[in-house]
Design a protein around this ligand. Structure first.
Ligand code: ADE
Length: 465
């Protein structure tokens, strides 16, 4: 990840970021930090970068020319996302940090005085972002806050890979309290359950603590969490049919856009898919009215909605699937032992052998830490992964290694990992893929009676299968 920070105070940004974890990541080459002094680009012979606003008003404005020239000096032909940090922006969230972390290059523009001439903002800014409803003296601290939050999501920056998966804001809940040695301090004992070694009880206790803490400290988040919980409970009446929506919500993804009775519309920002269920055509049409006209992907288990969506949006039914759901809690034996998480050096291999997703999509799955490979020595012989909305898939085994249990081992491995995270593993199998359905049943997954459809925009496929 390459960060460029356009600022009047480059040393403030560099001093703030070039230490601790972010500094170490930069020294290792996982990140680069390039603070550019806007003043170096002014054409004014006195080094001036600001002037009075037309129409009057308090204070000075940063002028367009030096900002634009500083920007031009750092960007190449490909225009990177350019974030103007401003109290008038969209509030910064963890979800936004995750989205920005996928970029290879980001530009941050830090304002000062009363702001920046609107014309240059119109030309270069792609995102207006605020860190909260208060006004600071300049954009450097907000830019540093965002760069810190984004950097720690870049693979390799945090040593402890699971911490990013289970921490605060995951699942819409705040993190539970934590304790370290000694067992007693100031007369306060560490809760007994944490010393018990019983992971089921520990997880249960942590969940209760998270819920209690969220209800108390962040009632706004707790309301959302409770609604998701209610929806999950209702959907669990037909678990095999609904597992994809239940897991989407359980894992803390998916925004509920509409929920009334059994009518449900959820948007998953990560995959860009709208999940829709309606009791009748009229309700279906009502929910379609809430979806932007350029929506690219839909998931539904109702045939009448397939027709409606094809009529209303530029989509066609891509794949009709059954769902396979692993509802047991026991881990599965993994016969083929050498399975490892893949890094980007395996992208060519994955892209060469998996044709139902774009290279860009496969790269994103790898950098998300969602792809695992089976190895024979140092040679990769197959892989599996989690799709961006959470289902298992992306399975491939090299021809000369087939029928030896490699696919079953890859899937069992992925199931076991998800059980560790407290998830219910599931996959979606094309209705006519009999060998895969057989494999699912052999591993102890249950198949749904009903089908689900993915509907995709009319253009090359973008990543399901
Ligand atoms: N610049 C000044 N105040 C700010 C804030 N709250 N967020 C982002 N940029 C800012």
């Amino acid at each position: 990840m390459r960060f460029h920070i356009l600022t009047l105070f480059p040393e403030m940004v560099m001093n703030g970021l070039n230490t601790s974890i972010i500094g170490r990541a930069a020294a290792q080459g996982l990140l680069s930090l390039n603070a550019v002094n806007i003043r170096d680009y002014t054409l004014d012979k006195h080094g001036k970068v600001d002037d009075y606003p037309y129409g009057g008003g308090a204070g000075m404005l940063m002028q367009a020319q030096p900002v634009y020239d500083a920007y031009q000096a750092v960007v190449g032909k490909e225009k990177p996302r350019t974030i103007y940090v401003t109290p008038q922006g969209t509030p910064f969230t963890q979800k936004m940090a995750e989205e920005f972390a996928k970029e290879e290059e980001l530009v941050f523009l830090c304002g000062h005085y009363e702001g920046i001439d609107e014309r240059v903002l119109e030309e270069i800014v792609t995102d207006y972002v605020s860190i909260g409803d208060y006004v600071l003296t300049g954009g450097e601290l907000p830019a540093m806050v965002m760069i810190d939050a984004i950097s720690r999501l870049v693979p390799g920056v945090l040593n402890n890979e699971v911490s990013a998966e289970t921490e605060s804001f995951h699942n819409d809940l705040l993190e539970y309290p934590q304790y370290s040695r000694p067992e007693e301090w100031h007369g306060k004992k560490v809760p007994q359950v944490l010393l018990s070694g019983n992971h089921k009880n520990i997880n249960q206790w942590r969940l209760e603590q998270s819920e209690e803490r969220t209800a108390k400290r962040r009632p706004d988040l707790y309301v959302k969490y409770q609604e998701k919980k209610r929806i999950i409970k209702k959907l669990s009446r037909k678990k095999r049919e609904n597992i994809h929506i239940m897991e989407l919500l359980f894992r803390g993804n998916g925004e509920v856009l509409y929920h009334e009775g059994d009518n449900l519309l959820i948007f998953d920002r990560k995959s860009g898919a709208y999940f829709i269920t309606a009791v009748d055509l009229e309700q279906g049409e009502k929910m379609c009215g809430l979806i932007p006209a350029d929506a690219e992907m839909f998931v539904t288990s109702q045939e009448f909605l397939v027709e409606l969506l094809c009529e209303q949006f530029r989509v066609r039914p891509g794949i009709q699937c059954v769902q396979a759901c692993y509802t047991r809690k026991e881990t599965l034996p993994v016969k083929y032992k050498d399975i490892r998480k893949l890094d980007e050096s395996f992208l060519d291999y994955v892209a060469e052998h998996y044709h139902r997703g774009t290279r860009e999509y496969l790269k994103e799955r790898i950098t998300d830490g969602a792809m695992y490979g089976a190895f024979d020595g140092e040679r990769i012989i197959g892989f599996i992964g989690l799709h961006d909305e959470g289902s298992m898939g992306l399975l491939y085994v090299q021809e000369d290694y087939r029928l030896q249990g490699v696919a079953a081992s890859l899937e069992s491995f992925l199931i076991n990992r998800q059980l560790e995270w407290g998830w219910t593993p599931y996959g979606q199998i094309s209705v006519d893929n009999e060998p895969s359905k057989k494999l699912q049943e052999k591993l102890g997954l249950y198949l749904s009676a009903g089908n689900i459809w993915w509907l995709e925009q009319i253009r090359p496929l973008s990543g399901q299968g």
